[in-house]
Write a protein that binds this ligand. Structure first.
Ligand SMILES: Nc1ncnc2c1ncn2[C@@H]1O[C@H](COP(=O)(O)OP(=O)(O)OP(=O)(O)O)[C@@H](O)[C@H]1O
Ligand SMILES: [Mg+2]
Length: 241
């Protein structure tokens, strides 16, 4: 069910800004890759190119070895679940309605089927008991878990997380990271942009360090955190660890 993902030679210029300068990234099926790097290094933009919210100027994106650049972008985005810093839940809908919406509209399930899928996913993220609540009645951490359930309800082959815990109060971060770790342990392919170095180190199979639109180092967490080869990565780690 989980797909591998490969980006090769990705370039993107927006306006006068050459943001991605030849990025290569590979995520094995069932593996978690974290992307770390300073603010403005192009991490979010890379995710946006990988799911074609931006079309790359050159390079290719492959899911399970097949280029997706000619695929319908909407179809591609159904194969990749995205979780952002902002949860973007519909405030006037209940939790279960929020999660059921995608399966209903995009996967063509009946209302009843979509609700069943939604409840199943809420169970997984530990929030079945909040199904009938409105998002505003939930903590930030719970809302983010609903957003994760919403993405999972689309049965994605791969998940992207872009600083999914950055907007949360410190005491709520742990629960969301634990859920992400469970997903990784369950064999979901994922790309995780994060400033949580503990997570990068303990959960990911590989780590990508970006700076100025390029991948500066990539390897196992041990290799990057214990044995940084470049002064640039060493400097970055000195600042964040
Ligand atoms: N739509 C856009 N048009 C022009 N430049 C952009 C656009 N979006 C992003 N950029 C620029 O691209 C660069 C990379 O931005 P990006 O958001 O990918 O960085 P990031 O690594 O995710 O940073 P952060 O850790 O702060 O989230 C930045 O210099 C940013 O100003
Ligand atoms: Mg970003």
């Amino acid at each position: 069910m989980s797909a591998s993902l490969t980006g090769t030679g990705l370039h993107l210029t927006l306006g006068n800004n050459h943001i991605l300068r030849g990025v290569d990234i590979h995520v094995e099926a069932g593996h978690a890759t974290t992307v770390i790097g300073p603010s403005g290094s192009g991490k979010s933009t890379l995710l946006r190119v990988l799911n074609r919210l931006h079309e790359p100027d050159s390079g290719d994106v492959l899911l399970d070895g097949a280029s997706v650049l000619r695929e319908d972008p909407d179809r591609l985005r159904q194969r990749i679940g995205m979780v952002f810093q902002q949860f973007n839940l519909f405030p006037h809908k209940t939790v279960v309605e929020n999660v059921a919406l995608g399966p209903r509209k995009l996967r063509g399930l009946t209302a009843e089927q979509a609700r069943a899928v939604a409840m199943e996913q809420l169970e997984i993220v530990g929030l079945a008991g909040k199904a009938e609540a409105r998002p505003a009645a939930l903590s930030g951490g719970q809302q983010q878990r609903v957003a994760i359930a919403r993405a999972l309800a689309m049965k994605p082959e791969l998940m992207f997380f872009d600083e999914a815990t950055s907007a949360l109060d410190p005491e709520l971060v742990k629960g969301v990271l634990a859920l992400m770790a469970d997903l990784a342990a369950g064999g979901m392919s994922m790309v995780v942009v994060t400033h949580e170095m503990g997570f990068a180190r303990s959960v990911s199979d590989s780590v990508v360090f970006m700076d100025q639109g390029m991948v500066v180092e990539t390897g196992t967490p041990d290799a990057l955190f214990d044995d940084a080869r470049t002064p640039r990565l060493r400097r970055f780690l000195d600042q964040v660890l």
